[in-house]
Write a protein that binds this ligand. Structure first.
Ligand code: SAM
Length: 290
């Protein structure tokens, strides 16, 4: 079903020239030019012919083409309206694809899954625009769409943060948020050279397998994430200092009392706590103050 190999730099240059297209740096437009990496992304997502795929930022359709080859149905959301006629051209052979010209951050994802995928489970697969990687991941997880997994190319450093365990410098609020909802696995590290134009940073493909229910149970998710953010907000401070000065409205002596009750040393820093520790603190604060 392939019209041509869209990842070929020669084909991309010709296409862009014919359509008078110039890359937008501010929209994070770094297009893939390596077929092996496209295969690794699709293999990482374990795509089968029964799968529903949501792609964010199809660009000129390089990854989209392989998604359409492998999956049952693909919906691709592209913000840049200049790319729509190009996509309609490059992907014209495929009848299992819907292209939507919109901003992923403004989309009603629950409605989209209902209307375009008959409410069945979806796999997100994308080479994400790096300027909004974290907001996109958080939206996908917090909107509680029926997701099987998210397999995305992101900046290497962001992949390491999502995958980090307690104790290291990469571990932070993003690690806890992602691991609350998902099991992360870095599929492959990717050099700058597989993109056109070449970005300044290295990349990685990460797979986030979404848990059936969150990894820990908390009475109040909003409070849980507020505590995590507050604890890491001043990551060099001890827990008793960060949690008593970060807007939770609880005095230091009470934070110390709560932590000691839970056998958590108030002098510890947020980066030493695992997700279960954060859940225990949330439970205790919830019981005492809410
Ligand atoms: N998938 C293509 C590839 O791998 O060659 C392009 C990936 S490029 C890194 C990111 C794409 O996301 C661009 O096409 C860009 O226009 C699009 N994009 C940027 N911000 C977006 C947003 N808020 N919503 C949807 N698409 C967006």
């Amino acid at each position: 079903m392939e019209k041509y190999k869209l990842y070929s730099p020669k084909v991309i240059k010709e296409l862009l020239q014919n359509h008078g297209f110039r890359f937008s740096k501010s929209l994070g437009q770094n297009f893939l030019i390596d077929g092996n990496i496209i295969d690794k992304i699709c293999d990482g997502a374990k795509i089968t012919e029964k799968d529903n795929i949501l792609e964010i930022g199809p660009g000129i359709g390089t990854l989209t083409q392989e998604l359409c080859n492998r999956a049952d149905k693909v919906v691709a959301i592209e913000i840049d309206k200049r790319l729509i006629p190009i996509l309609e051209d490059t992907l014209s052979p495929y009848d299992n694809l819907d292209i939507i010209n919109d901003d992923i951050l403004n989309i009603d994802l629950i409605g989209l899954v209902k209307n375009r995928f008959h409410n069945s489970e979806v796999k997100v697969v994308a080479n994400l625009p790096y300027y909004i990687t974290t907001p996109i991941i958080i939206k996908l997880l917090e909107d509680r769409v029926k997701l099987d997994s998210i397999v995305v190319m992101v900046q290497k450093e962001v992949a390491q943060r999502m995958n980090a365990s307690p104790g290291g410098k990469d571990y932070g609020a993003l690690s806890v948020a992602v691991q609350y909802y998902c099991e992360p696995e870095i599929i492959v590290n990717v050099p700058k050279t597989v993109f056109m134009p070449m970005p300044n940073v290295d990349s990685a493909v990460i797979a986030l397998k979404v848990h059936r229910s969150p990894r820990v149970s908390v009475d109040d998710e909003v409070l849980f994430f507020k505590i995590v953010k507050t604890a890491f907000g001043k990551r060099r401070k001890t827990l008793s200092n960060s949690l008593s000065t970060g807007g939770l409205g609880i005095e230091k002596k009470d934070i110390v009392r709560i932590l000691e009750k839970l056998n958590i040393d108030p002098k510890r820093r947020a980066e030493t706590l695992d997700i279960e520790d954060f859940a225990k603190i949330t439970k205790e604060i919830y019981n005492q103050y809410y």
